[in-house]
Design a protein around this ligand. Sequence first.
Ligand SMILES: CC(C)(COP(=O)(O)OP(=O)(O)OC[C@H]1O[C@@H](n2cnc3c(N)ncnc32)[C@H](O)[C@@H]1OP(=O)(O)O)[C@@H](O)C(=O)NCCC(=O)NCCS
Length: 167
Amino acid sequence: METSIQIRHLAPSDFEVISPVVDEWWGGRQVGQSLPRLFFEHFAPTSFALVHGSEVRAFLVGFRSQSNPGVAYIHFVGVAPAYRRGGYGRILYTHFFECATSLGCTEVQCITSPINVGSIAFHKRMGFRIISVGGEQNGVPVCLDYAGKGKHRVRFSRLLAPGNDGT
Ligand SMILES: CC(C)(COP(=O)(O)OP(=O)(O)OC[C@H]1O[C@@H](n2cnc3c(N)ncnc32)[C@H](O)[C@@H]1OP(=O)(O)O)[C@@H](O)C(=O)NCCC(=O)NCCS
């Protein structure tokens, strides 16, 4: 990892910095409403910012499932467009995997939109397998109506087994 880069927990004040840019980071998709302030206030122990000085270059919002403590869930991950394909996403995911393992989790789950081909490719490289059942969109297995009527989603799972780094 670059020595000038640090990973720290998300803080409530990061909401002011991240919330205004997420729609742009997601290519204009209106995703900001899915990232309310509560994640910055109540999920900090399992959520991280990758920073260069005071500049937030990437972030991850995750948590341990309240229903199934063996499962950790990644709700959001975003890397500023200028820094993509430089390993920041992998660094944050690896950090989260270590955090989740230390909490006793054995599996990480997440979802993405079937139109988000970059995210699907990223998750496959990070060792996730698709666990969606019920339908297909753009040639990708999806869970139909998972996020609401007509909002199909790709579901991913990755076991936190040693050596499962997706490479
Ligand atoms: C998805 C995202 C987080 C990836 O972050 P990143 O820092 O660019 O990813 P990395 O550089 O760490 O890449 C990790 C691996 O995934 C691969 N990968 C990343 N983005 C990819 C893409 N668009 N297409 C194909 N492969 C990709 C890389 O080649 C790399 O593989 P390797 O390490 O085996 O060589 C970033 O593109 C992003 O913020 N996208 C917009 C927000 C989003 O869609 N988030 C996910 C849904 S919540």
